[in-house]
Write a protein that binds this ligand. Structure first.
Ligand SMILES: Nc1nc2c(ncn2[C@@H]2O[C@H](COP(=O)(O)OP(=O)(O)OP(=O)(O)O)[C@@H](O)[C@H]2O)c(=O)[nH]1
Length: 496
């Protein structure tokens, strides 16, 4: 998504400004114009961008800049705060409570991903012990009920709908009543989407809403709709009381800036984003980590959460123990590749680490990287246990390499390349030797137990510089204690 490139453009604009000997009105304006262009290109609504520019100018005091304060930091902080302000309407949406019945109604244009998102939302809660249920009140699209039924069956979620009844209000009411009786605590009503903003759709939506009295109306929006986002979101908001937004297809090439515009239009927070077609490609949305990622400042907490999600609990202490002994074997590399593949698009995972997305996963080459990892794993499948568990690079002599190449049907040079990659990773991870082991299962404690010395060895030099050298890293490590909210740590983030 183009939003991801925004960080780069903004950083470049800031860098150029920092290089100027004197920061006067003109230099600041040039910088802000560059940033404005980048935001407009990402499809953020014009008015929002204009207001943001004016606000930043109000906040940034030229005298402060002239007095040698860290200009880049001051302006980056102002941009960070402004973007957070747009995305955070200031009040949280209605939050359903487990065990207490809530009706959640989904609205949005046809094809926005509404039906898929209903199931993702149900599935997300079901995994956390809720008792969700799905009601298909989309009588407009012929295949809608079948689609919902299929998704619901796959996820083992009860559903309600009809092939014959054509009145969506009736289906919605019957569905909600049925599941209330069955003590479901999250009753999700999917409504019809239409191609355009037809008045009939809005009337139908209003009627379903009046009849079912939802606790929360969620507006589902495709991230690729661009500049139209603001008007569209506002049109929905005027018909039903939209209380939250879910942005779908954030995995695609969408510009994504519409997300910011939709929040501004509905004055409702984004609560989740859809990142793929599959049921579990669905993420809770947090403003600060999102903006931080957007500006290329990284999202360490998200990365740790992701690791915690995919490295099986029982493997976490073992992995850390091995790393602390400086024992990075081919088997560890294999297991970590497995975990990385499970984490979903690799770029997505690495983009959570500051500076890493460009370093390790060049943009647009995520698929290629995944194929490479799978190829490496096939080669490792032809290795013996002794080879996998050894951390002695000398063990891999010519005859072993030839045997592995034959076994996996790949040329010798591919096996050599894989071993080179192993050596590169082993070198990085060997610097983790002496790492204090966190308590069992407490992966996020990794961040607390790593000292700045360890980190400085692991981080690419460019990134270390970006953080502000050892001094910056030390203060960063201090802030790592509060894992959830570490935006301040890369120099630009901060309090609102
Ligand atoms: N890549 C990607 N595709 C998605 C995402 N969410 C939904 N889709 C796809 O978008 C298409 C449309 O999704 P639906 O759920 O059928 O859309 P809808 O809004 O319910 O459509 P109507 O019922 O006609 O209003 C499907 O092919 C989904 O698989 C997402 O987050 N990422």
């Amino acid at each position: 998504m183009v939003l991801a490139q925004l960080g780069g453009t903004i950083s470049r604009a800031l860098q150029q400004m920092s290089n100027a000997t004197i920061i006067d009105e003109k230099v600041l304006n040039d910088c802000l114009n560059e940033i404005t262009r980048a935001l407009l290109q990402a499809d953020v609504q014009f008015k929002l961008v204009r207001d943001m520019q004016a606000n930043i100018k109000k906040i940034v005091n030229l005298d402060d800049l002239a007095a040698g304060h860290n200009k880049r930091k001051i302006i980056q902080q102002a941009i960070f705060n402004e973007l957070c302000k747009i995305l955070d309407p200031g009040k949280p949406s209605f939050t359903p409570k487990k065990g207490k019945p809530s009706v959640i109604m989904f609205v949005g244009l046809q094809g926005s991903g509404k039906t898929t998102t209903c199931t993702k939302y149900a599935f997300h809660h079901q995994k956390k012990g809720w008792k969700p249920a799905l009601v298909c009140a989309d009588t407009f699209r012929a295949g809608a009920f079948d689609q919902l039924k299929q998704n619901a069956t796959k996820a083992k979620i009860p559903f309600y709908g009809s092939y014959t009844e054509s009145d969506p209000v009736r289906i919605a009411v019957e569905g909600v009543e049925t599941f209330m009786k069955e003590n479901c605590d999250l009753i999700i009503v999917d409504t019809s989407g239409r191609h355009k903003q037809e008045s009939a759709l809005f009337e139908e939506m209003r009627q379903v809403s009046e009849a079912t009295k939802p606790d929360l109306v969620i507006f589902v929006m495709d991230s690729s709709i661009g500049q139209a986002a603001f008007d569209q979101a506002q049109a929905f908001k005027q018909s039903v009381s939209v209380g939250a937004v879910i942005i779908t297809k954030m995995d695609g090439h969408a510009k994504g800036g519409g997300a910011l515009s939709a929040v501004a239009a509905t004055k409702s927070p984004v609560i989740f984003i859809g990142t793929g077609e599959h049921m579990d490609e669905f993420e809770v949305f947090d403003v600060k980590p999102f903006v931080s990622r957007l500006l290329g400042m990284g999202d360490w907490s998200g990365f740790m959460d992701k690791i915690q999600e995919v490295v099986p609990m029982d493997q976490q202490p073992e992995l850390l123990q091995k790393l602390s002994e400086g024992n990075f074997t081919l088997r560890i590399m294999y297991e970590q590749f497995q975990n990385i593949l499970k984490m979903g698009p690799i770029g997505q995972v690495f983009s959570m680490l500051p500076g890493f997305s460009q370093e390790l996963m060049p943009k647009g080459r995520e698929k290629e990287s995944q194929t490479k990892i799978k190829r490496y794993m096939t080669m490792m499948d032809s290795m013996t246990n002794e080879e996998l568990d050894s951390s002695n690079p000398k063990l891999m002599n010519e005859s072993r390499i030839m045997r592995i190449a034959r076994g996996c049907g790949r040329p010798v040079r591919d096996v050599m390349e894989m071993l080179e990659e192993y050596k590169r990773l082993a070198k990085i991870w060997s610097k983790m030797k002496g790492l204090k082991i966190p308590k069992k299962g407490e992966m996020s404690a990794l961040s607390r137990n790593m000292n700045a010395q360890h980190m400085s060895k692991v981080l690419p030099p460019q990134m270390l510089k970006q953080i502000g050298g050892m001094g910056g890293l030390q203060s960063l490590m201090k802030q790592m204690g509060s894992a959830k909210d570490m935006m301040g740590m890369f120099g630009g983030g901060g309090e609102k």
